[in-house]
Design a protein around this ligand. Sequence first.
Ligand SMILES: [Mn+2]
Length: 470
Amino acid sequence: MEGRPQEPLQPRAEAAADLLERLPPTSRVVVLADADTDGIAGASVIARALHRTGRRFTVRLSRRRDAAFFDELFARPPALLITCDLGAAEIERFQSARVPTIVLDHHEPQKDGTGTSLVHINPHLEGEDGSKGASGAAVAWVFARTWLERHGLPADDLVPAALVGAEGDRYHGGGEERGLHTRLKHHAGAERDDGPVGWQEPPILREGPLAEALAMGIDPYLVRFSGDPGAVRAALEEQGVPHDRPVAALSHPERRRLGTFLTFELLSQGADPSHIPRLLTPAPVLPDGTPVGRLAETVDAACRQGHATEALSALLGGPPEMERIHLYLGRYEEAIRAGLAGAPELSALPTTGPALVLRLDEGPYSGPVADRVNAWLDVGPRPVVCHGPTGARTKVSLRARTTPDGPHWRLDIAADGAARAVGGIGGGHKLAAGANVPSDQTEAFLERLGKALTEQAGGERFPSLREATA
Ligand SMILES: [Mn+2]
């Protein structure tokens, strides 16, 4: 028998489908999703599943989690609220508002809360680490598939959007090959030819001639070659890899030599080894040839530039909508490269407690820059804190690596505590967290954050990089 991997979230998905089934078909459903790549991808999965079964719904995308936001949302209570990539921290709010809710999340929950009018689907509740190997969109997909199969409808075409969520969270550990994402990838047909997506041969790099792809790329970010196509050409020639063609045009042995070259460069520059395999394993591509990773970046670019709703329409719509959001990509890559350009001199960066602090001109890019500094540069066990202005606020992003013998960081707890103390908000995952604080409180926030991280490191004083290399 052709076996589908057993899905630990299935019983909860069935309970959620029961909850939706009990509603009159015309009742008003609100889908509330985080306005980032993962949330938007998940919202598109749910929207398609509801639409396909003739359900009425509206989608709201928001980064807000404050009381005023939920008061406004519940002033006209929906018959059912479905949250995506959020909700695990708001269970009590949903319960006290008495709004029937399906929570689709992968953040570590404060409580389960599942009962007659609330169903919480979250890998953490099934003994899996949801911050690794899971995403909000993948959880949404389990629910959507259950719902559609119950109605005898196809669900395979929702797989690409679910994979976009996985890609969107990849630097948060979410893209790791484990747990729910392994099951999603199996369903996507990684081992067969007739799945809902195709597979691109590695190395997985940006499109265009190799020399430009490597010199201008941010994934990976090659310190020695960034912005210098001439240097890439010379190095590739030495390796016997043609530099004037895209990766797709390389022979098998050339690809292998390129893979070895990338691995060597990245390890030499102190990259996190756990991010290298993703460059060297087949990656999903849409039927039209677009790599899913590129699509995720395009959605992220639109979000960072304040066009989350356009990104959702692009995922739900067709090529014209998609073409529109492609316009945001150039600006996006440029801003991330500019942020990264300030980082290679890591030893010159200020610190707060054990963390390296990188100040950016543009707050909206703090997340993508922190992701890449942490993945590709030589930060070792130190958390990375990127921050920059957005209006009258400062946006902060924190990242750290999994280190077998290093401190077990809880960046979410540190960010939450430090932000709250200065009138801001913070949270996220253990190794990928964020905060939003009033601009004039930035220094106070960083100081508190440093203290909290020092405590987490067991009071151990980290030598500065300068001291460590002296
Ligand atoms: Mn997520």
